[in-house]
Design a protein around this ligand. Structure first.
Ligand SMILES: Cc1cc2nc3c(=O)[nH]c(=O)nc-3n(C[C@H](O)[C@H](O)[C@H](O)COP(=O)(O)OP(=O)(O)OC[C@H]3O[C@@H](n4cnc5c(N)ncnc54)[C@H](O)[C@@H]3O)c2cc1C
Length: 380
């Protein structure tokens, strides 16, 4: 068992960190307050190969693995979780669904554009009435001759307004419950398809979260992604990878919150000494650092399983559950260590506090992760 990163992985971490600190950090609060989608950064990440890190070179990807993908998402999120979630939803939800379930033709058509950032992708599973119970989706896809006709609304879709294509799940057989769901790829500007309400959010405000509305939207028969009726099963496979990216998002924000608190604790003086000299503060920092390390180990284990082609359902959920809850605890303690300044927007602590909460909700809440883990445990 070797816990060290390769030279290439260390180099990747260093270069993504430098990029994030140089290109993203100066704009973080401006984008957050204006809810401004950082399009230029996304395009630049595409040029750097970070919008398709997990895809093979022959499909325009960077040919890296999940370990490298985690490093990249972590480093981006250490500076701005909004950028982290944009890349994560694009890569491990939209693009990876096409990569996992698509025909060779679909992969050749979409993955090179998505992997290079020419296209931005969105993924729509959630609906207004179906979140945790994703199998109860109501959006329909009806076969008519050589076409499918989509009707319904997806909600909370990351990148919704900025996506060039979206993968969406719809009911093709009402009698078959989860086996009646199928996935489709829809291009932007298709008649009958439009993004709807842009959500005004607590955190991750520079990322876009939107409705996708389908009204008699006619798409060609070959827009079906995967086998008819396999949409739900494929979506669960997609989430095995997606949850690793939410663990990485959590990890990056936890690390950012911790570093900000550590720095502040050495600068802030009370009772004639730096607050870092008080045992109460030291114990908070020690707990934060320990939990972040444990979360990173769980996340890297899940990533390593993925890279070796093994099933990672349980390990991905454990990593996502633990890392997201660690991120919430670290951001909370980060504000506490900053005292009143933790509540003020001049310091990064308050933004981390707002941003991390999504991690215990998106791609399955903590309660759902516990259900997934328990189901795996009880199988044996
Ligand atoms: C910023 C953001 C980005 C998102 N991006 C995407 C995206 O790109 N694509 C996409 O498809 N979705 C996306 N989502 C949706 C997200 O995955 C859902 O919000 C999440 O799965 C929870 O669903 P819900 O909001 O409907 O909550 P609900 O399912 O209504 O849950 C409400 C509460 O009930 C609990 N609960 C529900 N069922 C059970 C149960 N059986 N046992 C115990 N507790 C239970 C939940 O844990 C939660 O605490 C995003 C959401 C947000 C906020």
């Amino acid at each position: 068992m070797d816990f060290s990163y390769t030279d290439e992985q260390q180099h990747l971490r260093k270069s993504v960190r430098e990029f994030a600190e140089r290109e993203i950090l100066p704009h973080v609060m401006e984008w957050d307050e204006a809810s401004k989608f950082p399009m230029d950064i996304v395009k630049e990440l595409g040029r750097l190969g970070l919008m398709g890190s997990i895809f093979p070179v022959e499909y325009g990807g960077s040919g890296m693995g999940y370990i490298e993908y985690v490093i990249a998402i972590e480093e981006l999120s250490r500076v701005d979780g909004s950028v982290g979630i944009i890349v994560a939803a694009h890569t491990s939800l939209c693009s990876n669904h096409i990569f996992l379930a698509g025909t060779e033709e679909q992969k050749r058509k979409y993955i090179p554009k998505l992997a290079t950032g020419e296209f931005i992708g969105a993924w729509g599973l959630t609906e207004p009435g179906s979140g945790s119970d994703a199998g109860s989706a109501r959006m329909t896809a009806e076969r008519k001759g050589n076409s499918w006709v989509l009707n319904g609304t997806k909600t909370f879709c990351t990148n919704g307004h900025y996506s060039d294509c979206a993968v969406v799940l719809a009911v093709t057989d009402k009698t078959a419950h989860t086996h009646g769901l199928s996935a489709f790829i829809v291009d932007k500007d298709t008649k009958g398809f439009k993004p709807g309400k842009k959500e005004n959010k607590l955190g991750l405000r520079a990322s876009d979260t939107a409705e996708l509305i389908f009204e008699d939207c006619v798409i060609p028969a070959d827009s079906l992604l995967g086998k008819e009726g396999d949409g739900f099963i494929d979506a669960m496979r997609v989430l095995d990878g997606g949850r690793i990216s939410i663990a990485a998002l959590s990890l990056g924000m936890a690390q950012g919150a911790y570093e900000a608190a550590l720095k502040y604790s050495k600068q802030r003086k009370q009772f004639g000494k730096a607050i870092s000299e008080f045992q109460a503060i030291q114990w908070k920092l020690a707990d934060m650092a320990t939990e972040i390390d444990a979360a990173r180990l769980l996340t890297m284990r899940a990533a390593s399983l993925k890279d070796s082609g093994k099933k990672s359902t349980q390990e991905s959920s454990m990593a996502k559950l633990y890392a997201s809850e660690v991120a919430v605890r670290c951001a909370n303690e980060g504000v506490q260590i900053h005292g009143g300044y933790g509540f003020i927007k001049d310091y990064p602590a308050e933004k981390f506090y707002r941003d991390v909460k999504l991690c215990t909700i998106g791609e399955g809440t903590s309660e759902i992760q516990r259900m997934v883990i328990a189901r795996q445990l009880l199988k044996d």
